[in-house]
Design a protein around this ligand. Structure first.
Ligand SMILES: Cc1ncc(COP(=O)(O)O)c(C=O)c1O
Length: 377
């Protein structure tokens, strides 16, 4: 599914030197390695501020809290994402309201959000949190319009979308604030847990910096109850090295995705979609969006059997995500019935992520597609 060693081998000297510098300076928490990465990352994304923290989950919480989201408020998001998209809202003390997804992109549907916003609720909706799932931006033209119409903050879950763009603007600079994850499988990855908040707002940036250090502006003077969510120096150093290469890696991912598309079409397996019949529905890249292919996700009706068939041939695949968030045991308290979001529920039954990473070879992709062709025949 993913061979991280292929990325590591050519970089190992450079990474060891960067990590060695952290040991030399003994700056283990924040410090210059993190500050240097924050500056370079902000420049690369075209945003005013980047605030390094300890994970994507913490970045989501920090972005929400720094944007003023808290108790008595509600945030609208998707049921088809990693758990943290919802748990971070709850952690900020707010209520999570879900809306269904667009079956073509698997991203939060602006039409569904619009309907939710027109439905009266207990708590006042203060923000929308779209997730740029699989490396493709959510429909930001529509979310920007909805945000303006209803006076809402827009928080991006950009955990999977380093380098993705919506109409020329990079993920991280689309909303009021954004959260990135540098979990080791991400397009830009740390050597452990790490994350980052980005924003163009001086005020949100200042609050995020304060909240990531127990609400301190001055050492040992606590203005608010924050948390310890600082990025460590090793992660800053590793990310600083990898930042130089990530655009090339994303370009390579795009080549891999194009090659899968061509192989599936040549094998006569590609179906128009959005739902599969006998073959596979290929991922849809929206015109005007620049997809960075964190995942290459097909839809197929006999997904579980196909996955077993591939596993028997030592071909990795993964399901992101098998259980929509409203059906998770821990989120039963949100109060949604089992069948509240038909598109998310159907996607959870049909999606299958195939191996994709920058160094994946063409012959390996041919093997994957040939095995899927054999199964479907
Ligand atoms: C969409 C999404 N949101 C949030 C997160 C949380 O990031 P982390 O694992 O770095 O806490 C992830 C990563 O797993 C993710 O994929």
């Amino acid at each position: 599914m993913l061979d991280l060693k292929r990325q590591y081998r050519p970089l190992h000297r450079e990474l060891l030197e960067a990590v060695g510098n952290v040991l030399e300076t003994q700056q283990f928490i924040l410090g210059e390695p993190v500050a240097a990465f924050e500056r370079a990352a902000a420049e690369r994304l075209g945003v005013a501020h980047a605030i390094g923290c300890s994970s994507g989950t913490d970045a989501l919480w920090l972005a929400l809290a720094a944007a003023g989201i808290g108790p008595g408020m509600a945030v609208v998001t998707t049921p088809f994402s990693f758990f943290a998209s919802v748990s971070a809202i709850l952690r900020a003390g707010a209520t999570a309201i879900l809306a269904d997804i667009d079956p073509a992109t698997f991203n939060l549907s602006p039409a569904a959000v619009d309907t939710v916003l027109k439905t009266p609720r207990g708590e006042a909706v203060k923000a929308i949190l779209p997730v740029h799932l699989y490396g493709q931006c959510a429909d930001w033209t529509s979310f920007a319009r909805l945000g303006k119409e209803h006076g809402l903050k827009l928080i991006e879950d950009a955990a999977q979308a380093w380098g993705a763009e919506w109409q020329g603007v990079k993920a991280g600079g689309l909303g009021d604030a954004a959260a990135f994850s540098f979990y080791p499988t991400k397009n830009l990855s740390a050597a452990g847990d790490a994350g980052m908040v980005t924003t163009n707002s001086d005020e949100i940036a200042e609050r995020a910096r304060m909240l990531r250090q127990h609400g301190m502006r001055r050492r040992y003077y606590h203005d608010e109850i924050g948390w310890n969510t600082r990025m460590d120096g090793f992660q800053g150093a590793v990310l600083g090295v990898k930042l130089k290469y990530v655009d090339g890696w994303n370009q390579a991912r795009r080549t891999v995705a194009k090659r899968y598309n061509a192989l599936f079409r040549a094998a006569g397996l590609a179906e128009a979609g959005p739902y599969p019949v006998h073959g596979v529905v290929l991922p849809h890249e929206v015109p005007g969006s620049h997809h960075v292919w964190h995942q290459y996700v097909i839809r197929t009706s006999s997904r579980d059997q196909l996955r077993e068939f591939l596993a028997a041939r030592k071909i990795g695949s993964e399901i992101y995500y098998p259980v929509p968030l409203h059906q998770q045991e821990a989120l039963k308290g949100l109060g949604y019935a089992e069948s509240s979001f038909p598109e998310a529920e159907r996607a959870a039954r049909e999606v299958l992520a195939l191996p994709i990473f920058p160094e994946l070879r063409e012959d390996e992709q041919q093997t994957v597609v040939a095995a899927i062709a054999e199964f479907l025949s």
